[in-house]
Design a protein around this ligand. Structure first.
Ligand SMILES: Cc1cc2nc3c(=O)[nH]c(=O)nc-3n(C[C@H](O)[C@H](O)[C@H](O)COP(=O)(O)OP(=O)(O)OC[C@H]3O[C@@H](n4cnc5c(N)ncnc54)[C@H](O)[C@@H]3O)c2cc1C
Ligand code: SF4
Length: 331
């Protein structure tokens, strides 16, 4: 393990200034970064501690949405009364992740930037990983790939993004607020994480030295009627094989608008727009729910050990929709 220096940022500007130093990395709760540092995957030279910045508040916006400070803990966010009341899918997704102890430490910013759980990435004993060492190859493609992607993968990487929270945020049209050396900007959550393409070493569109300062949730008509389904090998303390976040605005017997996002299936939270189109404006019959499930995995490709995820994702979409729409699929 290489030596490392540590500095605690006083405020956002100080954090951004400290991050200009070579080899500097922000640290929030440290629950992902420190694991990867200990195994030699991440090699920061300087840790810039942003966990004590005054970015913990979760505030209602004048337009009825929420602004979530990037240092809010996963527990604080999951248990916030307005989140439970208006954005149920987000609370459920968070409470389905990790453990109480980890959620108490983990921050919203760090959660979005956690790295993949691909075993070939997290274990330096494996030498071919384009994400860890660009150009070295991908041990997962012909290896054990049970947890890997079925959608949006490339010939260079088939890893998935592990965050439950990000899947819910994708279904809620969340916006990520960033501040860096060039000022502030906002990125829709669905555009924040990347597909691997030719550069799997780049997980997101965040620029060097940029700090996530907040996540904004617009007040949407579908958020309140929402649900998260997570399918995993154990009932707790396990990452998703497949997960689904759904949010549905019902108008009498019809679906006025909806969002469907999948986790555990791609390098980023996967918005299932084709599946949404099947149901938008329709009375949701069992047949239409099944068609939406099929549309959600259009173009999916299974590898040697993960082809089961295709049907699993279809079924998870149907189950999540049935839960929010009402038993039997009829509104
Ligand atoms: C045993 C275990 C089980 C888990 N199970 C689940 C699970 O089921 N579901 C799930 O979703 N997650 C799970 N997790 C992952 C957990 O949610 C993440 O480790 C956590 O959310 C990361 O947040 P953090 O604040 O600790 O990030 P850190 O480890 O502090 O940082 C992670 C990354 O984000 C960067 N960073 C941190 N904050 C900012 C910021 N504000 N701006 C810019 N960059 C920043 C850091 O530089 C680092 O690269 C699990 C973790 C463990 C250890
Ligand atoms: S799937 Fe991606 S992260 Fe996993 S070994 Fe291949 S390149 Fe590395």
């Amino acid at each position: 393990m290489q030596s490392i220096s540590y500095e605690r940022a006083r405020d956002v500007n100080h954090a951004i200034e400290l991050a200009r130093q070579p080899g500097a990395k922000f640290i929030g709760g440290g629950t992902n970064l420190l694991d990867l540092y200990k195994s030699g995957i991440e090699k920061p030279v300087r840790l810039v501690d942003v966990s004590r910045l005054s970015l913990r508040d979760i505030d209602e916006l004048p337009n009825g949405g929420l602004r979530i400070g990037a240092m809010a803990s996963n527990t604080a966010l999951a248990t916030h009364p307005l989140v439970r009341q208006r954005y149920r899918v987000l609370s459920e997704a968070l409470l389905n992740g990790a453990t109480t102890q980890l959620r108490n430490m983990a921050t919203v910013g760090g959660n979005l930037l956690q790295r993949t759980r691909c075993y070939y990435f997290t274990d330096p004993a494996f030498s071919h990983c384009n994400k860890r060492d660009p150009g070295s190859g991908c041990d997962a493609i012909d290896g054990h790939n049970r947890i890997h992607a079925i959608l949006g993968a490339s010939e260079h990487c088939i890893a998935t993004h592990p965050s439950d929270m990000a899947v819910a945020l994708a279904a809620l049209d969340a916006i990520v607020h960033l501040q860096g050396p060039d000022g502030e900007r906002q990125v829709p959550l669905i555009d924040f994480h990347r597909l691997p393409e030719d550069h799997p070493e780049i997980d997101t569109v965040i620029r060097p030295g940029e700090l996530i300062i907040a996540v904004e949730l617009p007040l949407t008509p579908f958020a309140q009627n929402s649900h998260y389904v997570k399918v995993r090998d154990r009932a707790s303390y396990a990452f998703a094989l497949v997960s689904v976040a759904v949010a549905v605005d019902l108008d009498g017997g019809k679906v006025r608008d909806l969002r469907i996002a999948l986790g555990g299936v791609a390098h980023k939270p996967w918005r299932a727009r084709d599946a949404e189109s099947v149901l938008r404006g329709q009375a949701p019959t069992e047949e239409l729910l099944a068609r939406a499930g099929t549309a959600a995995v259009a173009g999916a490709r299974g590898y040697a050990h993960n082809a089961f995820k295709i049907e699993l994702a279809q079924r998870a979409v149907v189950r999540a929709l049935q839960t929010v729409i009402g038993k039997g699929g009829q509104a």
